[in-house]
Write a protein that binds this ligand. Structure first.
Ligand SMILES: *[C@@H]1O[C@H](CO)[C@@H](O)[C@H](O)[C@H]1NC(C)=O
Ligand SMILES: *[C@@H]1O[C@H](CO)[C@@H](O)[C@H](O)[C@H]1NC(C)=O
Length: 281
């Protein structure tokens, strides 16, 4: 720990205990998949990195060659026109030959997204051109049904620069288990809504996601069952289990937007100038 870190941590803990913290980028707490390990390079070819000003901000996954699914909260205070989507990456610090870089031509936030409660925390990004599929860039499919409690899934992300930790050099992943939603809801003092999904580590280790993993997929049986949404103040703390957007509840909306593309619903209006959820700097 660096000098002063402890007291700041205590202050913030007092201020924000029991609040739902969306997984936010730089300035947030720790910044990497917790209890995980490095991913075999390009073994998750659907993984997308969304960056602003050259800094990784959120994750996402490639659904169609022109469409990336991510979390709505990643875009509440950002101008998507200044963002870039990187596909085919393993180490974001290097200009890997496998990388394909896109700008975002439109963001479609879910119309029911609510920052305070994190309901419907999902969005679709339309890329400025089509990704070229190959060994390092591929699609991830959507599920029909929610996963069962106890199912083994994997979560991956790049994390991000924070005040406290260096970013992980490469994509990290961790194995987690789906947690019963009622049990999770009790841990969260009844604050969860039905279209959410929780995970736990499944043993005594702390495992899960952390800041700037947001938007990335929870993958069970090769399908995107969750979109990383929020967790507690301390990443990996079993008292505040990791919460995802339940993808199966949004499949109809997702395909509706993709099918209608630029001719469908209007992209989300420019970001509001007021900040994100209460209490989160
Ligand atoms: C899409 O955006 C990327 C990144 O800004 C740019 O390099 C590329 O030329 C663009 N492609 C098209 C077809 O406009
Ligand atoms: C969580 O608990 C609260 C309070 O009991 C309840 O109102 C809410 O519907 C529950 N959410 C889910 C997803 O069951």
């Amino acid at each position: 720990m660096r000098p002063g870190e402890g007291s700041w941590a205590c202050l913030l803990l007092t201020l924000t205990a029991f609040q739902m913290l969306p997984m936010r980028p730089p300035g947030s707490w720790a910044s990497r998949i917790i209890g995980g390990h490095k991913v075999t390079p390009h073994s998750r070819p659907y993984m997308a990195s969304v960056s602003f000003q050259g800094q990784h901000h959120c994750g996402g996954f490639l659904l169609q060659t022109r469409w990336v699914v991510s979390a709505a909260h990643c875009f509440t205070d950002r101008d998507p026109q200044t963002g870039l989507v990187v596909l085919g990456a393993h180490d974001l610090r290097t200009a890997e030959a496998t990388q394909q870089v896109f700008s975002i031509s439109a963001v479609f936030m879910h119309p029911d997204y609510h920052p305070a409660t994190h309901t419907s925390d999902i969005c679709l990004l339309r890329l400025n051109s089509s990704a070229i599929l190959g060994p390092a860039v591929g699609l991830l499919g959507l599920p029909q049904r929610p996963p069962k409690a106890g199912a083994r899934c994997k979560v991956a992300g790049w994390g991000s620069v924070s005040n406290f930790e260096e970013p992980p050099p490469v994509l990290m992943e961790a194995e987690v288990r789906v947690l019963d939603l009622d049990i999770c809801n009790s841990s969260w003092n009844g604050q969860l809504s039905p279209a959410m999904l929780c995970t736990r580590s499944g043993d005594r280790q702390r495992r899960g996601f952390c800041s700037a993993d947001s938007g990335g997929p929870l993958v069970c049986r090769n399908q995107a069952h969750g979109v990383i949404s929020f967790s507690g103040l301390w990443c990996g703390n079993p008292k505040t289990p990791d919460v995802y957007t339940l993808v199966s509840a949004f499949v109809t909306w997702i395909w509706d937007v993709v099918r209608r593309g630029p001719h469908g619903p209007q992209p989300s209006p420019p970001p509001r100038t007021t900040g994100g959820p209460a209490g989160v700097a």
